[in-house]
Design a protein around this ligand. Structure first.
Ligand code: NAG
Ligand code: NAG
Length: 137
């Protein structure tokens, strides 16, 4: 299951041709992969009765969040909280980096690659009902 890779800040910085928009050509690659994975999952479940395997769609909720952050109480999706938020990743980033935002929970991304805890919570809140229905079915 791949996320909307074309919406990750560093990917937009590198491949966005100056548009601050998701790179849909790259998202298409992820969507295609996910479609095949879903197909494979469904076939496995048909072949192996008793196998509880479910394809969780995280692509759509994350895409929705990145394209309409304010609908979900987020403020910024194009830039990560850390430093400029456009290129820095991992160890070059910490709370004291110049430019780091005051409140990461309003940001979809912590740095130009990784989601914030607020984003992880957003996704988990959407996964839990699916997991519960899987366990109690
Ligand atoms: C997986 O494919 C089936 C059709 O084969 C479709 O009904 C279902 O919505 C797909 N699931 C996801 C998460 O895309
Ligand atoms: C950070 O932002 C969230 C969401 O807007 C808000 O609920 C929280 O109170 C803020 N925290 C601080 C320390 O400003």
């Amino acid at each position: 299951m791949l996320p909307p890779i074309g919406c990750i800040p560093i990917i937009i910085t590198l491949y966005g041709s100056g548009n601050n928009k998701c790179v849909e050509e790259i998202n298409d690659v992820a969507l295609n992969f996910n479609k095949k994975l879903n197909f494979t999952t469904e076939n496995l479940v048909k072949m192996l009765s008793g196998l509880n395997l479910v394809f969780f769609d995280l692509y759509q909720p994350l895409y929705e969040l990145v394209t309409k952050p304010s609908n979900y109480g987020f403020f910024e999706a194009r830039k990560g909280c850390c430093a400029s938020g456009l290129v820095e990743v991992g160890f070059t980033c910490n709370r004291k980096s110049i430019g780091t935002c005051a409140n990461a929970s309003e940001y979809v991304f912590w740095d130009s690659l990784h989601p914030t805890q607020a984003t992880n919570k957003f996704l988990i809140d959407r996964l839990i009902p699916a997991i519960i229905s899987l366990v109690y079915n």
